[in-house]
Ligand binder design. Structure first.
Ligand code: MG
Length: 376
C-alpha cells in the first residue's frame, strides 16, 4: 500500500492506538497486513466454511457460506477503500473478521443462543467476533486471542448496547460518547450489505425459492435486467442473472463511493479525528436508499421468510437449544478447555463452545448427546 496515496482521514500506523500487548513491528508487511494474516490463519476463520449464511451448509455446494460471504465482503471493501484512498489493509482485515462470531445455523442459531443466555448476559454474534479475536483464539505464546490493532477491533465491533460497552473498556468507549468508527469500518459495514443483498438474490434464484418474474417488481433489479437485455438481446438463464447482479453491485458501489466522497467534502473532514466526530459519512444517496430498502424488503418477505427456509430454521433451532441444556446440566461433557472456563462462568463457556461449532459439528453433537437424527 502506498501510504502517500492515502487520504488525510484514513487510518495509518502513525495514528493507530496500537495493540494491547506490545510486539516487535513486522518487517516485510504493515501492521494492518499482519492483522489480516492473523485472521486468515485463525481457527474461527476456517470454521466459516461450514457455517450457514442463508441456506444450511448441507443443502447445496453452490450456495454462499459464511466464508465465501466474508471473501465477497473483503473484495468489495478493498475496492471501495482504494477508491476513497482509505486503508485497504484495515478494511480487508475488518471484513474478513466481521462474521467470526456467528453461531452455527445463521441467525436462527444466534436467536436461540441469545434466548438461552438471557439470564446470563445474552449472546450477540458481533460481540462474539470481538471476543474471539480478543480472547478465545489460542495461537500465541504471549497472549490470548490475536492481539489485533485497536482500529481493527473497533471495526469488528459494529454495534453494542451501552451496558455491554461499559464492560468493554476503551473499545466500548465510542458507544458511550457517540463517536463514529473509522471510514474503513463504515465502508465494511455497507460492503457487508451490498454482498448479501446481491448474493442472496443469486442464491435465492438458484434455489428456485424466488423467480426472475417476481424480482421484476423490484426497481433496481428490473432496471439492471433491462440494461443487460438491451446490451445482450436474447440473453437468459445463469448469464442473464449474473449480468443483472453485476450491474446491481456496480450501481451500489458507485453510488456509495460517490456519495461518501461528497459527504466527506461537505463535512469538511480533514483528519481521522474529524471522521470520529462527524455523523456517519459512508452512506448511499437519497435516490438509491429507498430502492435498496425495496430490495431488502423483497428478500425478507420472499426468501428469508419463505416457508421452506422457515421449516429448516425450525428444525435447527432445537439443536442449539438442546445442546445448551445438555452442557449446562453436565459441564463435564465440554472439552477440557471450556470445562476450565466453565468453573468461572458456566453459561458463557457453554455459549462460547456452541457458537464456535460448525453446522455439521453441532448436528453430530446433537445426534450423539440427544439422540437426534442429525438435522432433527
Ligand atoms: Mg456479514
Amino acid at each position: 500500500m502506498n501510504m502517500a496515496r492515502l487520504a488525510p482521514y484514513a487510518v495509518t500506523e502513525a495514528v493507530s492506538r496500537g495493540r494491547r500487548h506490545a510486539e516487535t513491528p513486522p518487517r516485510e508487511r504493515s501492521e494492518f497486513q499482519r492483522d489480516r494474516d492473523r485472521i486468515i490463519h485463525s481457527t474461527a476463520f476456517r470454521r466459516l466454511e461450514y457455517k450457514t449464511q442463508v441456506f444450511i451448509n448441507h443443502e447445496g455446494d453452490l450456495f454462499r457460506t459464511r466464508l465465501t460471504h466474508s471473501l465477497e465482503v473483503a473484495q468489495l471493501s478493498r475496492s471501495m477503500a482504494r477508491a476513497l484512498r482509505l486503508n485497504e489493509d484495515l478494511a480487508e482485515a475488518v471484513a474478513l473478521a466481521h462474521d467470526l462470531g456467528h453461531t452455527p445455523f445463521g441467525h436462527a442459531g444466534q436467536e436461540v443462543l441469545d434466548g438461552c443466555m438471557k439470564e446470563y448476559g445474552g449472546f450477540e454474534h458481533n460481540l462474539q467476533s470481538l471476543r474471539i479475536v480478543d480472547t478465545l483464539e489460542e495461537r500465541y505464546a504471549a497472549f490470548d486471542g490475536l492481539n489485533l490493532l485497536h482500529e481493527t477491533r473497533e471495526g469488528i465491533l459494529k454495534h453494542c448496547s451501552p451496558a455491554n460497552a461499559r464492560l468493554l473498556g476503551d473499545i466500548g468507549q465510542r458507544f458511550i460518547v457517540g463517536r463514529r468508527p473509522s471510514l474503513e469500518a463504515q465502508i465494511v459495514n455497507l460492503a457487508d450489505e451490498i454482498a448479501y443483498n446481491n448474493h442472496d438474490v443469486d442464491d435465492g434464484l438458484r434455489s428456485g425459492l424466488i423467480t426472475l418474474e417476481r424480482l421484476d417488481a423490484v426497481a433496481v433489479f428490473a432496471q439492471c435486467r433491462r440494461e443487460a437485455e438491451a446490451q445482450w438481446p436474447g440473453l437468459e438463464g445463469r448469464r442473464l442473472i449474473h449480468e443483472t447482479i453485476r450491474r446491481m453491485i456496480d450501481v451500489m458501489v458507485r453510488d456509495l463511493v460517490a456519495n461518501t466522497r461528497a459527504n466527506i467534502a461537505a463535512a469538511g473532514v480533514a483528519s481521522l479525528d474529524d471522521v470520529h466526530r462527524a455523523p456517519a459519512l459512508a452512506a448511499y444517496s437519497a435516490a438509491l436508499s429507498p430502492k435498496l430498502r425495496e430490495l431488502k424488503d423483497f428478500l425478507r418477505l420472499n426468501l428469508y421468510r419463505h416457508e421452506q427456509v422457515l421449516r429448516t430454521v425450525d428444525r435447527v433451532r432445537c439443536i442449539v437449544a438442546d445442546l445448551f441444556a445438555v452442557y449446562m446440566a453436565n459441564a463435564d461433557l465440554l472439552p477440557p478447555r471450556y470445562r476450565a472456563c466453565a468453573a468461572l462462568d458456566k453459561a458463557r463457556a457453554v455459549a462460547d463452545y456452541i457458537a464456535g461449532m460448525t453446522d455439521r459439528y453441532a448436528a453430530k453433537a446433537h445426534q450423539r448427546l440427544c439422540g437426534g437424527s442429525g438435522f432433527c
